[in-house]
Design a protein around this ligand. Structure first.
Ligand code: TYM
Length: 338
């Protein structure tokens, strides 16, 4: 009955790691802000990907705290636990179980080509563990367990969604249709927010240079200072250009924060200097993040509420996940528990 199939809302799944003590403006613009916007049109699942975080060494107490902060951040960004399923990855053991199975259908060669693995193993040369290498199989499990159609991510995660699709296709080829093939869903604006200090590189949580990144919980004066110091160029004109990565990035940030198009931003600052523009960027970002930050602070004082959301979300997620897991176990030949 194709009409009924077409009426089905598409399923959306995404995740964010709770490593580092908070999210960056890149995570906010490229990911979680968009997740909130997708809730009415799609059936959405959003998770705090704490199992992914331990591929890099974490301090246990901090990871615990940051996991709660991650959950609070999703809610503060406008994700409504009544509309969407919000959960913590490790609360649904099916993720790790399916990841093991998918590991056996994921090739050494394809994992070796992952740019994130190459980057992270260069940065953590003393801890190139097997989890870091097989990370994409866990991410594939996250996505495939829920039969997700769309995976909203920033540009840097596109390759991981593509490998999830390849793994799903390989498994379906061997055992018949089991997984829906997911697609990356990348925002038209803000898919790659760049470092304020080195605008050729992406803004990253793990950047040691504090001036390179805006953290979502930064105080207004810190945000203003970081924008003031943002690296630009010597053209002195607020307009986009191929060799103007700093200004291109600031125009993107300002247009997302104000809802204006890049053309409108260029017109607004025609004839004005970078100083004025950087100040306006800082102010716009402060205003965009103010309600978010206040809400995270409130939610962090209410652990019971966060626990309640996490528990309800995990129960709903698990119910869906176990259906796929059971199907997969049967297909590969695991004996059901008598
Ligand atoms: P993570 O935690 O590194 O980042 C979370 C999301 O933020 C996006 N992002 C950015 N977007 C724009 N500009 C930037 N500078 C920027 N930096 C980060 C990322 O693209 C991502 O969408 N492996 C994932 C988490 C994950 C996941 C999943 C995602 C685990 N399981 C299943 C989707 C589906 C990660 O490490 O994202």
């Amino acid at each position: 009955m194709p009409e009924i199939a077409e009426q089905r809302k598409k399923i959306v799944l995404s995740g964010i790691q709770p490593s580092g003590n908070q999210f960056t403006l890149g995570n906010y613009i490229g990911a979680i802000r968009n997740w909130a916007l997708m809730q009415d049109e799609f059936d959405c699942l959003y998770m705090v990907a704490n199992e992914h975080s331990i591929t890099v060494r974490q301090e246990p107490a901090k990871l615990r705290e940051n996991t709660y902060r991650g959950l609070a951040s999703l809610l503060a960004a406008g994700i409504d636990p009544q509309k969407s399923i919000v959960f913590i990855q490790s609360h649904v053991p099916a993720h790790a179980e399916l990841a093991w199975i998918l590991n056996c259908y994921t090739m050494f060669g394809e994992l070796s080509r992952m740019t994130q693995f190459k980057d992270k193993s260069a940065k953590n040369a003393d801890n190139i563990n097997a989890g870091l290498f097989t990370y994409p199989a866990l991410m594939a499990a996250d996505i495939l367990l829920y039969q997700a159609d769309l995976v909203p991510v920033g540009a840097d995660q596109k390759q991981h969604v593509e490998i999830a699709r390849d793994i799903a296709g390989r498994f379906n080829g061997l055992y018949g249709n089991t997984f829906r093939l997911p697609e990356p869903y990348i925002p038209a604006v803000g898919a790659k927010i760049m470092s304020l200090a080195e605008p050729e590189r992406k803004m990253s949580k793990s950047d040691a240079n504090e001036n390179a990144k805006i953290l979502v919980m930064d105080k207004p004066e810190d945000i203003m200072r970081k924008f003031k110091r943002a690296v630009t160029d010597s053209y002195g004109e607020v307009s986009r250009g191929e060799d103007k990565p700093g200004i291109n990035n600031l125009i993107t940030i300002y247009s997302v924060a104000t809802g204006k198009t890049p053309e409108q931003v260029e017109a607004e600052f025609a004839g004005k200097g970078y100083g004025d523009f950087k100040k306006a960027c800082g102010e716009a970002v402060v205003e965009m993040l103010r309600p978010f930050r206040e809400q995270v602070e409130d939610l962090m004082k209410n652990r019971d509420y966060l626990d309640q959301v996490a528990k309800a979300g995990a129960d709903r997620a698990e119910h869906l996940a176990l259906r796929t897991l059971a199907k997969v176990q049967k297909k590969v030949g695991f004996v059901p528990k008598p």
